[in-house]
Design a protein around this ligand. Structure first.
Ligand code: IMP
Ligand code: MG
Length: 201
């Protein structure tokens, strides 16, 4: 497991431990199970940040559910989204008549989700709700009705458990804050052969 003391891990504090993540995901799963008796809920994961959360949440829900994924890109820099959203991968199946739950990693300004919600509502689902692992209430710019929230966190840039900084650090088992005044340079990806040849890190 990659821990904060791993040499390349430039992290300050662990904000949410693996144990707290597991516990909260179990609670959210139980809540969803109780809210949708008999329904074949359709979970829609927003790639890529939600993959770990989605996989754990789905297994914490005791219903015959289905899963689908969407990829959107919100233009912006490494740490801020602009609210201009483009669909990179659409859903495989129609939403008409379905009970839909959008599964997100984090709501920051809320712009990405506001756009997605509007887009998916046009497809006439029977119901649509949002389940986000994290939200940063201080940053909210757009008002959205979020039914399920894992944790409200302070206005800090976080990585781990699916969340990235320039595509790295998704595979941490916990959520931690990065020092925004001192963000690390992200080096290009190296292959094993390049490492063996002594290619610089
Ligand atoms: P929003 O449109 O401002 O709500 O931004 C939402 C998206 O920005 C999320 O789905 C993440 O991909 C990304 N994002 C926002 N805050 C963070 C963060 O603290 N860490 C990693 N990604 C973030
Ligand atoms: Mg991201």
């Amino acid at each position: 497991m990659i821990t904060p003391s791993t040499p390349f891990a430039p992290f300050d504090d662990v904000l949410i431990t693996p144990e707290r993540l597991k516990q909260r995901v179990r609670e959210l799963g139980a809540e969803i199970t109780a809210d949708y008796p008999g329904s074949n809920v359709l979970l829609i994961g927003v790639l890529k940040g939600s993959v770990f959360f989605m996989a754990d949440l789905a297994r914490a829900i005791d219903l015959q559910l289905e899963m689908d994924f969407m990829a959107v890109s919100s233009y912006g820099n490494a740490t801020e989204s602009s609210g201009v959203v483009r669909v990179l991968k659409d859903l495989d199946a129609p939403l008409a008549g379905r009970d839909v739950i959008i599964v997100e990693d984090i709501i920051d300004s809320g712009r990405t989700l506001a756009y997605l919600l509007e887009l998916l509502q046009q497809r006439r689902p029977a119901s649509i709700e949002i389940c986000t692992l994290l939200s940063k209430p201080e940053r909210a710019e757009v008002e959205i009705d979020v039914r399920y929230t894992g944790f409200e966190i302070p206005n800090k840039f976080v990585v781990g458990y699916g969340l990235d900084y320039s595509e790295r650090y998704r595979n941490l088992e916990y959520i931690c804050c990065m020092d925004e005044t001192n963000l690390p340079a992200i080096e290009p990806a190296r292959s094993r052969a390049q490492v063996e040849e002594g290619h610089p890190a």
